[in-house]
Design a protein around this ligand. Structure first.
Ligand code: ZN
Length: 250
């Protein structure tokens, strides 16, 4: 169920167990994928996963997607639309205030690596103690190495394969793609998960890609997409069907 397609009559007829706010980004994706890649992927993945859940008898409602993400490391790339974390926090607060009048759970369905909703949820959670505000990153839900020869970070074999399967008409031939080669930090710890600095994207990659897309294929994208939607739909099902007063167990 997508809120944008429902009428007030439709809304009056049902209760939703879970509302979902898809959140993407508008940014360059190497030379062969469109700026809307994260939004396109997000939209179709959550739609398919939600469809599988609605078939199981729980009701989830997909809100319109927010198309701009945190791109503070890419502000020198033309038409990359950066949305600051503080702006995101203001938007989530407004959306949550409206949604929580009707529904107890709001999931931010994230499709962009630069978005990090955890600290925002910690802060806003204090305003909504009787509700559940959550997030997930679909791109971390499966082990991409089981599906792809060279999974990377951005506009890589994974994203290229997904887009070749889902929106082939929007993908340029792989022969036009850059190789997605990227530099790493000279300070070694910054390449490990326990230390972090923001990457200045144009100093790291010549084509904005991080990860080689050359082995991408529609077939790989299809297999990954189908498994991904299954995993996400199971998550949505458990989330939608678990009462807030019975959220923990051994
Ligand atoms: Zn992307």
């Amino acid at each position: 169920m997508q809120l944008a397609q429902l009428t007030l009559q439709d809304i009056h007829k049902q209760q939703f167990d879970l509302a979902i706010l898809p959140w993407g980004a508008t940014e360059a994706h190497n030379f062969h994928l469109p700026y809307g890649t994260d939004n396109y992927q997000n939209g179709v993945i959550i739609k398919q996963a939600a469809q599988l859940v609605n078939d199981k008898g729980v009701k989830v409602l997909i809100l319109p997607e927010i198309p701009f993400g945190v791109n503070t490391g890419q502000t020198d790339i033309p038409y990359v639309i950066n949305m600051l974390p503080s702006t995101q926090q203001a938007i989530i607060k407004d959306v949550a205030t409206s949604v929580f009048k009707q529904c107890d759970k709001l999931l931010i369905f994230n499709g962009h690596g630069g978005n990090d909703f955890k600290t925002i949820i910690r802060e806003l959670g204090m305003d909504f103690p009787d509700k559940k505000l959550l997030t997930c990153n679909w791109f971390q839900a499966l082990d991409a190495a089981k599906y792809f020869a060279q999974p990377g970070d951005h506009a890589d074999e994974v994203e290229s394969s997904l887009m070749m399967y889902l929106y082939p008409e929007l993908v340029k031939p792989l022969s036009e793609a850059g190789n997605g080669q990227s530099k790493t930090f000279k300070v070694k710890a910054l390449n490990q998960s326990w230390a972090w600095a923001e990457r200045e994207w144009t100093k790291v990659s010549n084509d904005t890609g991080v990860g080689n897309p050359s082995k991408a294929s529609s077939e790989k994208g299809e297999r990954f997409f189908n498994d991904l939607c299954q995993v996400i739909s199971q998550f949505l099902y458990e989330l939608a069907s678990t009462p807030l007063d019975d959220f923990y167990g051994y």
